[in-house]
Design a protein around this ligand. Structure first.
Ligand SMILES: Cc1cc2nc3c(=O)[nH]c(=O)nc-3n(C[C@H](O)[C@H](O)[C@H](O)COP(=O)(O)O)c2cc1C
Length: 371
């Protein structure tokens, strides 16, 4: 059976993390992944969308059996407690993915405090809600709060420089996220093949683990990540197209239907993002080039200060269309691995297939290449 330091550290069966894919709900996907032996991650950024994108917020509350009228902390608390209730009997392990970008700091704090409080009020949750996963910002300054409360701290980075900062900040598990990955991505393209070993060489040691994300979806790619020095993998797009995934049916099917050269980069809410290729995303890419070329050149512009909001309006309208099942207008994020995804299995079947294929690949490689 494949196993790594990640399994020992978190008490999970397989060295696989299911990505938190905000702002969309993956409340039920997280339960399924945790119960199947992977680390389940909850996205939380849908909590910000109550007023401007209620279809996202409502889906987050409904799939997590939370009350739409409650405040942010109460909704999150309900979702955390529900997840605990649904994974505890199978020994599932999970955590929330909390964005820590500077402008969201106040909310990040509320979310982390909510998770700490949930564990304090119900110490049994310390066996399931073990991880605090942070993303989209500077990890410096959060150590005392996160590790002081006893969480294993995971943080995602796009570069060696950011990985070194994460290590300095006290992060336990650093996820290196390659440019192949779905949705928000780097300003400067750096792909998994180069990034994973570079981050491993820079920060991996007896205390710091490195996980590879971006382009992983089967046993071959998991094996490759292990060969590049990673202690496990993070998968988003592959998990999106599963039976239990909370994503709208049109989105899930579009991942399955994606073919060769099936994604492109255009503007996302907060920078460059990888979208599944269709007429709508191609139109978005053309508009991005005209109205926000910095997305391709590495010069940020803030959606909060942009005078012309048509790009953002287009994005919002197109994501609303996904929820309405409107294929013509739908804009859907997804990673390059979509072109190699051709089915929509249950999470349990998917993980078992990946594990079996990884084991076979690991056994067969020496036979094939070592005389
Ligand atoms: C639809 C979608 C939404 C995502 N949203 C987030 C997010 O809110 N926060 C985050 O840290 N990563 C987000 N990601 C990136 C994933 O966490 C992960 O890094 C990525 O999916 C890995 O690459 P893969 O898609 O090739 O598996 C998202 C990915 C997808 C596909």
């Amino acid at each position: 059976m494949i196993k790594s330091r990640l399994c020992d550290l978190l008490g999970i069966k397989y060295p696989i993390m299911q990505a938190g894919m905000g702002p969309f709900s993956n409340n039920n996907l997280c339960v399924a992944a945790a119960n199947a032996g992977a680390l389940g991650l909850l996205s939380t950024s849908g909590l910000f969308n109550k007023n401007d994108q209620p279809w996202i917020y409502n889906s987050f509350c409904d799939t997590g059996e939370a009350n739409r009228d409650d405040d942010m902390a109460t909704v999150l608390e309900s979702v955390l407690k529900r997840t605990h209730r649904l994974v505890k009997d199978k020994g599932g392990v999970f955590g929330p993915n909390v964005m820590v970008s500077a402008e969201l700091k106040e909310y990040s704090k509320i979310m982390i405090e909510t998770a700490i409080k949930a564990r304090e009020e119900n110490p049994e949750m310390k066996d399931t809600l073990k991880v605090m996963y942070t993303s989209a910002g500077d990890p410096m300054g959060w150590e005392e709060m996160i590790k002081g409360a006893g969480f294993t701290w995971v943080h995602i980075v796009p570069s060696v420089r950011a990985a070194m900062r994460a290590k300095k900040a006290g992060v336990d598990v650093i996820v290196a996220s390659g440019h192949e990955g779905g949705f928000h991505t780097h300003w400067e393209p750096l792909h998994s093949m180069v990034l994973f070993p570079a981050v491993v060489d820079a920060v991996s040691d007896e205390k710091t683990l490195v996980i590879g994300g971006g382009g992983i979806g089967d046993g071959k790619t998991l094996t490759a990540a292990l060969a590049l020095g990673c202690d496990g993998v993070l998968m988003g797009t592959r998990f999106l197209a599963t039976q239990e995934s909370d994503f709208p049916p049109l989105w899930k099917q579009s991942v399955v239907d994606a073919t060769d050269r099936g994604t492109l980069i255009a503007r996302g809410y907060v920078g460059p993002a990888r979208w599944l290729r269709n007429a709508r995303s191609e139109e978005h890419a053309v508009n991005t080039l005209k109205k926000s070329p910095g997305v391709y050149l590495g010069t940020p512009d803030s959606y909060m200060t942009m005078e012309d909001t048509s790009l953002i309006d287009f994005e919002n309208e197109s994501i609303k269309a996904v929820y309405a099942g409107d294929k013509e207008k739908a804009l859907m994020a997804g990673g390059e691995i979509a072109q190699r995804i051709n089915d929509m299995p249950t999470v349990e079947d998917l993980i078992q297939k990946i594990v079996k294929e990884t084991e076979e690949t690991l056994v067969n490689l020496p036979k094939k290449f070592l005389g």
